[in-house]
Design a protein around this ligand. Structure first.
Ligand SMILES: NC(=O)c1ccc[n+]([C@@H]2O[C@H](COP(=O)([O-])OP(=O)(O)OC[C@H]3O[C@@H](n4cnc5c(N)ncnc54)[C@H](OP(=O)(O)O)[C@@H]3O)[C@@H](O)[C@H]2O)c1
Length: 400
């Protein structure tokens, strides 16, 4: 099969390497991104290591539908895997519709000038994808992505009804820098400086950024402070998990990260409105991204583990059930395998798995879908096979 992968950053690099490990499915790939030299460097590295996948590269500006359409028509892939930034989701979906190709991404659309991510823009494509007989899979990284698969799996095998979901994302990794983000700094900072929000009894409850703090003792990591954030899978799970009463998302942050972020915010460096600087317009957050370490370079220096998972509470056969499903991923193990840290790894592996299931027909149906709308079992099996084994705890400590 032939896949076109757009983007060649941290997440894409892992997904591309995993596609190359899985060359029976991904016999040919094209890596296309804004900076072609990065695509060529990765292709050379993969050819040096040795892969049976035939790799092509191209330059594309994915903000431009006509460039995308020309490239897709020329390469003629079965699927377009979007691992660029959330700003490109709609142009790439438009190009898929124009050329009759399946689509997959890991993050929902966000307009460049408003830090507000919502599925509504992409869900609006459902009818057009359905009519064209094409599949679009949204949010197929870890969170969103595996968290939705975990929810569908828990519901299928362990609950009649899930009432509460707490998604816990812990990073016990240390890269040695006073401040750096583990994935695209612009996207990451937009996410964590926004107001928090969670779903309860049919309503969204809004909180101030970092207002709700809890401590949790994570398997293989230990105790960490975690903070309630809004995260995009809350929106789709609130709709797709029947009977749900509350969903929250917590992410761990160290004190040094928070202190730096507070300072950067206080001085205006996280702003997304352009300012005039020596005769040209610059966006402070984009400038900040340029001076921060590139997440793709954190791999060799990051030690420690991530632990991401979901705690479910509900009922089965009239009895109360609590169930925790999680994955633990070691930064250095990831680096040894794919020359990348665990944050990119935990996102890139599910993207490859989702694309594989779409291509082999297991996860193929006409329309636009979030991952929890598919059968979770083949994905869960593939997680164990492709480097993200999961663990179960039937007696977890609950988050207050
Ligand atoms: N679901 C999850 O669990 C999860 C977790 C982490 C990240 N993500 C998502 O994964 C995606 C990639 O993140 P990342 O950390 O890999 O980011 P990254 O390292 O900044 O990589 C982004 C890539 O997209 C390319 N790109 C940007 N704008 C483009 C355009 N207009 N046309 C073509 N290519 C363009 C960049 O090219 P240049 O090299 O020219 O900059 C770069 O190669 C983001 O959408 C992020 O939100 C999802």
């Amino acid at each position: 099969m032939r896949a076109l992968i757009i983007g060649c950053g941290g997440v894409a690099s892992v997904a591309i390497r995993k596609c190359c490990q899985n060359s029976e499915v991904f016999s040919e790939i094209m890596i296309a991104s804004r900076t072609k030299s990065k695509c060529d460097a990765l292709k050379s590295r993969l050819e040096e290591i040795g892969t049976a996948t035939k790799i092509a590269t191209a330059e594309v500006n994915a903000d431009d539908v006509s460039q995308l359409v020309a490239l897709i028509n020329e390469y003629n892939p079965q699927i377009v895997i979007n691992l660029a930034l959330p700003y490109q989701d709609l142009t790439i979906m438009d190009a898929c519709l124009a050329t009759g190709k399946h689509y997959l991404d890991t993050a929902n659309y966000e307009p460049l000038d408003t830090a507000k991510f919502e599925y509504k823009w992409q869900w609006a494509y459902n009818e057009r994808f359905a009519k064209a007989g094409l599949t679009a899979i949204l949010g197929c990284g870890f969170d969103p992505g595996v968290t939705g698969v975990f929810s569908a799996y828990a519901l299928k095998h362990h609950f009649d009804e899930i009432h509460y979901i707490d998604i816990l994302d812990a990073n016990g990794g240390d890269h040695g820098y006073p401040f750096a983000t583990n994935f695209n700094p612009e996207i990451n900072i937009r996410e964590v400086t926004a107001n928090g929000r969670y779903w309860q009894n049919g309503n969204w409850i809004e909180t101030k950024p970092m207002e709700i703090k809890r401590e949790y003792d994570f398997a293989q990591i230990g105790k960490k402070d975690m903070y309630l954030l809004y995260h995009e899978e809350l929106e789709s799970l609130a709709i797709n998990i029947p009977g749900i009463k509350r969903i929250r998302f917590f992410m761990t942050f160290g004190q040094s990260y928070l202190t730096h972020l507070q300072c950067l915010q206080n001085v205006g460096m996280t702003a997304i409105e352009p300012i005039d600087f020596e005769g040209q317009k610059i966006v402070p957050l984009q400038f900040l991204k340029a001076v921060l370490p590139d997440p793709a370079t954190l791999g060799p220096r990051t030690v420690g583990k991530t632990n991401i998972g979901c705690i479910f509470s509900g009922v089965k056969n009239g009895n109360p059930v609590n169930y925790y499903l999680y994955n633990v991923c070691d930064h250095q193990d990831c680096y040894k395998e794919v020359e990348s840290q665990a944050i990119s790894y935990t996102t890139g592996v599910p993207a490859m798995i989702g694309a594989m299931l779409l291509l082999n027909g297991t996860w193929q149906k006409p329309g636009v879908f979030n991952v929890e709308q598919f059968d979770p079992d083949p994905f869960m099996t593939a997680l164990n096979k492709w480097g993200l084994p999961w663990h179960e705890n039937f007696n977890p400590i609950l988050v207050e």
